[in-house]
Design a protein around this ligand. Structure first.
Ligand SMILES: Nc1ncnc2c1ncn2[C@@H]1O[C@H](COP(=O)(O)OP(=O)(O)OP(=O)(O)O)[C@@H](O)[C@H]1O
Length: 596
């Protein structure tokens, strides 16, 4: 099982590329074979031109020959058109099929990716992998494989033709290539780290853009504009600086490179004229050498241009690789979900980077009991829920479920054994019932309705004209925060997992609704082990045990009455809540005075 801690793929980029392209090797092979033939057909009119000039100069061309020559040029053009069309057809079909295949594979691997890996990567980073990196590969295959191969093979064919006429012509035509290559190497020196930094900047910008779009309504509400979104403007500034530095570095080199590729005429012209004066080559051959040779290196400019694209594709493949390493779990018989579950924290510590959050925490949730976890804000309560839900792994110590280490469970087992319902409920586009059913897609409508009833969804669903068939958007459009939370709880209940963690999941409800919810939950699922993280202590008064957490350490553990008697922190938390519930605004008092 992959632990999801590594971001390195198993194979280098080119090996990964070959394995990704292999399903389309026949079509790609045809495109690759046809591209040089098309480039060859591109040269045919020049050969015909040379032949005709020779025939006209020597006076052997008849009017009938001229018609034939025109026909030959036409046929060469038709042949070139056919070969390019076929090559592009195969490259495009292969590219589109690969785009769909690779995206489907990546989405499946995303589903198999460990929770802690997903938790560590921003949605912008994942979007870049699944959308942009795959699209860049697809576009290169569709458009540029043919172009690139034709651009490489065309100068080779011309060099062969020139060498066939006279080797000195080929040598003169190619003499600037090493100089251009040197200019290109100088241009690329030190560019690698800049390109990596550029790719990182693009990834960060993507993340910030997703965050910005998500937060747009909040920013509007506070009258803030794009400039106030500090992270985005900082990243845009970093991107601008990088692009400016890269442009300054590359433009002079590119210009020298381009000029050198077109400069071979300086050598080719005198050599051709000298050879024709020597009588070594004919005037027709001279014309052919000059027309082909003077432009033969221009396509290499395209190749150089593609090389930066190829580097970006390689960087994309390196980002894709870790995701591909998450193999979907084989149905090799996952352990059966136990009817009840006992969970223990054994000396668990946890740190975000180097900042310790949990310190040597030990406790046990006995099967079928209700445990409440309380503590001041920032004590580490949600972090405990994250560890149980697999969003993070302990830095030291162990979490045991029915005697087995939690880390030994695969993702499918963990999600079947444990459900965590958090405060921020995400709904997918679909009906309310479909959203509840995500918890267990094979659940019957009755099961769905029962879970919804317990989660106190029924009341507000009754007010909707389409009831459970009401459509909701990705953000749970049309529903209040509390209503979204209730749908998410119903979904969590439907999973039938023997351990349910509710992390502030009932913050929406008033005390009466919350109490009703816990009562029906206990009646409907007596065997479920429950861990409730709640700010409102009145709802957990009757819990089998209450864990009191402060600054990442366990302060006390017991039943309500015992803790009230012996735990000053618990007493203070209880008192604070009691005070807040009995707040009143005195007539004539200012808001500040009432809250002080
Ligand atoms: N992703 C993160 N990276 C770094 N620190 C984090 C991260 N998430 C939480 N923390 C820190 O960990 C500490 C514990 O946070 P946690 O959310 O577990 O507290 P909590 O008891 O649930 O608080 P609250 O009752 O306010 O929800 C806090 O100081 C918080 O700033």
């Amino acid at each position: 099982m992959t632990d999801g801690t590594s971001d390195q793929g198993e194979h280098p980029a080119h090996v990964l590329l070959v394995s990704l392209l292999s399903p389309e090797k026949v079509r790609l092979g045809l495109a690759v074979a046809l591209a040089p033939l098309a480039a060859l057909a591109d040269l045919l009119p020049y050969a015909i031109l040379s032949y005709s000039v020779g025939a006209v100069v020597s006076g052997t061309a008849s009017p009938d020959d001229l018609v034939g020559i025109a026909g030959l040029v036409g046929a060469a053009l038709v042949l070139k058109y056919l070969l390019y069309s076929l090559a592009y057809y195969f490259s495009h079909v292969a590219a589109f099929r690969l785009l769909a295949d690779i995206r489907q594979t990546l989405v499946r691997r995303l589903a198999a990716a460990p929770m802690n890996w997903l938790h560590r990567h921003s949605s912008g980073h994942l979007k870049k992998i699944v959308v942009q990196d795959v699209e860049r590969l697809e576009q290169f295959i569709a458009h540029h494989t043919v172009e690139c191969l034709a651009a490489i093979s065309s100068p080779l064919f011309v060099a062969l033709v020139l060498a066939w006429i006279d080797w000195r012509l080929a040598a003169a035509a190619l003499v600037t290539v090493p100089l251009a290559a040197l200019a290109q190497a100088a241009l690329m020196r030190g560019l690698g780290p800049r390109i990596d930094a550029y790719n990182r900047a693009i990834g960060d910008l993507n993340g910030a853009a997703v965050e910005y779009v998500r937060n747009a309504p909040v920013m509007k509400a506070f009258g803030l504009n794009a400039h106030s979104f500090r992270r985005m403007s900082d990243l845009l500034a970093r991107y601008h600086d990088l692009i400016t530095a890269m442009t300054r570095q590359t433009v002079p080199g590119w210009s020298v490179f381009m000029v050198l590729l077109g400069a071979n005429l300086v050598f080719l012209l005198p050599v051709s004229l000298w050879l024709v004066r020597q009588g070594t080559i004919s005037p027709a051959e001279t014309i052919l050498a000059l027309t082909l040779g003077s432009v033969m290196l221009k396509p290499l400019f395209k190749v150089a241009h593609f090389s930066s694209e190829i580097r970006e594709i390689a960087a994309g493949l390196r980002r894709i690789a870790p995701l591909l390493a998450f193999a979907p779990s084989q149905d090799s018989g996952p352990r059966e979900t136990p009817p009840t579950l006992r969970l223990s924290f054994r000396h668990v510590s946890f740190a975000y980077e180097s900042r310790p959050i949990l310190k040597d925490v030990s406790f046990t949730l006995e099967a079928g009991t209700v445990t409440a976890l309380v503590g001041p804000s920032g004590a580490g309560k949600s972090t405990i829920a994250h560890l149980i839900g697999g969003l993070a792994a302990p830095s030291s110590g162990d979490i045991l479920v029915n005697g087995t280490s939690l880390s030994a469970l695969d993702e499918a087992e963990r999600s079947a054994w444990i459900t965590v319902a958090a405060q921020d409920a995400f709904l997918f586009r679909g009906t309310l019932l479909e959203n509840v059913r995500l918890g267990r897609p094979d659940a019957t409508d009755d099961d769905g309705h029962r879970a919804a009833r317990i989660a106190q969804v029924a009341d507000f669903v009754a007010t909707l004209s389409d009831g459970f068939a009401t459509m909701v958007g990705e953000q749970g459009a049309r529903l209040s925060g509390g209503e979204r939370q209730r749908i998410a709880i119903a979904r969590a209940l439907l999973t039938d997992a023997p351990l349910l963690v509710l992390d502030e999941a009932t913050a929406f409800a008033d005390s009466r609704t919350e109490r009703r919810f816990y009562q029906s939950l206990r009646e409907a699922y007596p065997a479920k082990t429950l861990l409730i993280i709640a700010h409102r202590l009145s709802s957990i008064e009757r819990a089998d045990q209450i864990l009191v957490l402060k600054d990442g350490g366990m302060v006390d553990c017991g039943r309500h009455a015992d803790l009230i008697a012996r735990c000053p922190l618990y007493r203070a938390l209880w008192q604070r809540q009691f005070d807040s519930e009995t707040w009143t605004i005195r007539p004539g008092a200012t808001a500040n005075a009432a809250l002080s």
